[in-house]
Design a protein around this ligand. Structure first.
Ligand SMILES: Nc1ncnc2c1ncn2[C@@H]1O[C@H](COP(=O)(O)OP(=O)(O)OP(=O)(O)O)[C@@H](O)[C@H]1O
Ligand SMILES: [Mg+2]
Length: 227
């Protein structure tokens, strides 16, 4: 699903060159869940932005679903994102003027899918928000907003979900329920997922766990369970 090889990512800021990622190699198979941890500023969000085609690597190759991202136009990358990816952010990124239902239907409408509203309604049911369909984001709790964002990410049945600290703005209990939902949907729909999290227990629930530090990606062994 994802194949990153020899990926370098550097930025120039105020005349200084910042090396964010170095020599990143990452392969994620279809349906596989990969957790990504690392200190603040280590480049986790940057790595997701590269996979999403929102940022562009300085060197190396990034393939998603067999398609090379390097050298593609913004339009092609946007189309690829819409057709293959669902993205979940820490701060939800819902459109404030649209209702829950309209937010979920948006990816389908943008891609001209018929019966967008009906499918969005079914998806809202799946995240338990049937009775909040006509609420706008500010008329929902944080956990509800994130469930809407998850419904929007999954509604077009993407092969790949990118989730950047999706529970970072939620209390522990709500966050736990949101993670259950993400894992359940990803597993049941066989979506691959790259999940950025600070929680080592969640990282252990993924199929594989990588840590970013000093710009390089390191595979983590599953933690020993105390017996
Ligand atoms: N547009 C930019 N211009 C300059 N530097 C940037 C820019 N975007 C990110 N950076 C720098 O790149 C580094 C990696 O940022 P990134 O957001 O990927 O980290 P992160 O691992 O997601 O951190 P966090 O856990 O705090 O979310 C940081 O040092 C950040 O300051
Ligand atoms: Mg980040």
């Amino acid at each position: 699903m994802i194949m990153m090889s020899s990926v370098e990512y550097a930025l120039v800021h105020a005349g200084r060159r910042l090396e964010i990622l170095r020599g990143v190699e990452l392969a994620v198979a279809a349906g596989e869940i990969v957790a990504l941890t690392g200190p603040s500023g280590s480049g986790k969000s940057s790595l997701l932005a590269l996979i999403a085609g929102v940022e562009h690597p300085t060197a190396g190759s990034i393939r998603v679903g067999g398609m090379e991202l390097v050298g593609r136009s913004q339009d092609e990358l946007a189309r690829l994102r819409r057709s293959r990816m669902g993205i979940v952010f820490q701060d939800f990124h819902l459109i404030p003027t649209l209702t829950a239902l309209e937010n979920v239907a948006l990816p389908l409408e943008l891609s001209g899918t018929p019966e967008a509203m009906d499918r969005a309604r079914l998806m809202l049911d799946q995240v338990g928000l049937r009775d909040r369909a006509d609420h706008r984001p500010l008329e929902m709790s944080g956990g509800e907003q994130q469930r809407v964002a998850i419904a929007r990410a999954f509604v077009a049945r993407p092969a790949l979900i990118l989730a950047d600290e999706p529970t970072g703005n939620l209390d522990l209990e709500t966050g736990g329920r949101i993670m259950e939902l993400l894992f359940r949907l990803a597993r049941s729909w066989h979506a691959a997922m790259v999940l950025v999290t600070h929680n080592p227990e969640l990282a252990d629930r993924a199929d594989r766990h990588y840590r970013l530090d000093g710009g390089t990606l390191q595979k983590m062994a599953p933690r020993d369970n105390p017996s």
